[in-house]
Design a protein around this ligand. Structure first.
Ligand SMILES: *[C@@H]1O[C@H](CO)[C@@H](O)[C@H](O)[C@H]1NC(C)=O
Ligand SMILES: [Ca+2]
Length: 125
């Protein structure tokens, strides 16, 4: 037979369980946006290596294409977004500092993320 304490604990846990989906549901209401991030193998967006205009959905992690994996040296998010690079797939491992405008050279000590990115996640400004 359940004691009063067990029932109260169960009710408290159930209350907590209800609160989590409510928060997530609120998050779902926040608009996601499709945008783009321009990235290049070379610093200064030079065409001495491949460049790509990557489609991104805000708040959703995406992988860096194989031809630019561990190679991105310059990056320019669209003006409505800011982005974080990650050195592992699925936005794992080490995260870069926030990238809110074009960065011509990811070797810059403020970023120190040259030739490291394997995934990227962007957010609406
Ligand atoms: C990029 O930044 C690094 C570190 O400051 C520097 O050594 C390198 O010369 C820069 N590359 C270009 C192309 O500006
Ligand atoms: Ca590079």
């Amino acid at each position: 037979m359940k004691t009063i304490a067990t029932i109260i604990t169960a009710l408290a846990l159930a209350g907590h369980g209800l609160a989590v989906p409510a928060v997530e549901a609120a998050g779902e209401l926040k608009a996601r946006a499709d945008s783009n991030v321009f990235v290049c193998d070379s610093p200064r967006f030079l065409d001495t290596g491949p460049c790509e205009n990557l489609p991104v959905t805000t708040d959703v992690c995406r992988g860096v294409p194989a031809n630019l994996d561990n190679k991105i040296s310059s990056i320019s998010p669209n003006s409505n977004i800011h982005c974080t690079l990650f050195d592992e797939p699925n936005c794992g491992g080490v995260a870069s500092p926030d990238i809110a405008e074009r960065v011509e050279n990811l070797s810059d000590p403020r970023f120190n993320f040259n030739d490291k990115a394997s995934s990227i996640k962007c957010f609406l400004k």
